[in-house]
Design a protein around this ligand. Structure first.
Ligand code: FUB
Length: 316
């Protein structure tokens, strides 16, 4: 059963003067997604449970952590599990969370129990830390709804972006990037699933907006690097802008997420820093500055991580 810790029992991961990366060292975490809510930054991750030497993913749940300063993190435990979705059978792959009209929605790829391949479920919660419950009782997207690629994992890695006019878009896919509008209730598709032609797209789309420019970042190639494109709207047209972060030494995935927090910009990603193993990954974060032209620079992975950035009025 999912355990939701009361505030008094919350576990604080104090980075203090030590290295800030990886963020979590007591379990393996992967596939970051980020929500800035109020004065806190919430980090959602998958959990790698593969044993040493295993050569496949073993992932059953999504976890949530938060920070007031980018150095000290609070562990809020399990946000949702494969079992949250009664129609799913395995594989808690890369999820995303968004806040919309006071509720929190978790978009989660999982293997469907009866329809072959991956599907995307939607969880909902009144708090950013969950627990999330199944908002629909059925999958939002199933593998038989898309035909661009023959594999069963082409409908993974949902990333949801809500534009300033309130319209929500969900991007997802492996090898072929797709997007679809969501209805205002956030739990139904609104219209056709469309594809996006993107240079060397592998997976892990992430959309964010800054100064009127839409940034579409993604994992590119295999082993993956982080690359990005920009456009004038959430549906493009997209102009390729290059590589942001080089591939990992061991793990073939990298899965990024971006956030601005307390006046600074951050990129989250995962690597093999703790385990030196492909399927035992750890989430890390780096601070960066946009160029004067809005470009994202090449960002190096560090052990030190970002400097403390305490948000006024936020208490760890
Ligand atoms: O963690 C499982 C899969 O690996 C994710 O869905 C991809 O983004 C890659 O990180």
């Amino acid at each position: 059963m999912m355990r939701h810790l009361p505030p008094a029992l919350l576990f604080c991961i104090a980075a203090g003067a030590h290295a800030a990366n990886p963020i979590v060292t007591d379990i393996f975490t992967a596939d970051p997604a980020v929500v800035v809510d109020g004065k806190r930054l919430y980090l959602y991750t998958g959990r790698d449970e593969a044993s040493p030497g295993e050569t496949t993913y073993r992932m059953n749940e999504w976890r949530v952590f938060s920070t007031c300063d980018m150095r000290n993190w609070t562990d809020h435990g399990v946000a949702a599990m494969v079992k949250t979705f009664a129609w799913a059978k395995a594989d808690a792959f890369a999820a995303d969370v968004v806040r919309h009209k006071g509720k929190y929605y978790l978009y989660a790829p999982v293997k469907h129990a009866t329809i072959p391949g991956f599907a995307i479920g939607v969880g909902v919660s009144d708090t950013p830390t969950g627990p999330f419950r199944d908002a629909r009782g059925s999958a939002l997207v199933t593998n038989d709804m898309t035909r661009e690629t023959p594999n069963g994992w082409d409908d993974i890695d949902p990333a949801v972006f809500v534009d300033d006019d309130g319209q929500a878009y969900m991007y997802f896919g492996n090898k072929v990037l797709k997007y679809v509008r969501l209805k205002p209730n956030m739990i139904e598709l609104d219209g056709t699933i469309r594809t996006v032609g993107l240079f060397n797209f592998e997976e892990a789309p992430w959309l964010h907006k800054r100064d009127g420019v839409y940034y579409l970042s993604y994992a590119s190639g295999l082993p993956e690097v982080i690359a990005y494109a920009t456009g004038p709207s959430p549906t493009g047209p997209w102009t390729y802008r290059g590589v942001i972060m080089d591939k990992n030494k061991v793990t073939h995935t990298i899965h990024q997420a971006f956030a601005d927090f307390n006046g600074k910009s951050y990129v989250f990603y995962h690597n093999e820093m703790v385990s030196n193993a492909d399927y035992r990954r750890s989430v890390a974060v780096e601070e960066f500055s946009y160029g004067k032209d809005g470009a994202i620079p090449r960002i190096a992975q560090t052990r030190a991580g970002p400097a403390a950035n305490p948000a006024p009025g936020c208490n760890n």
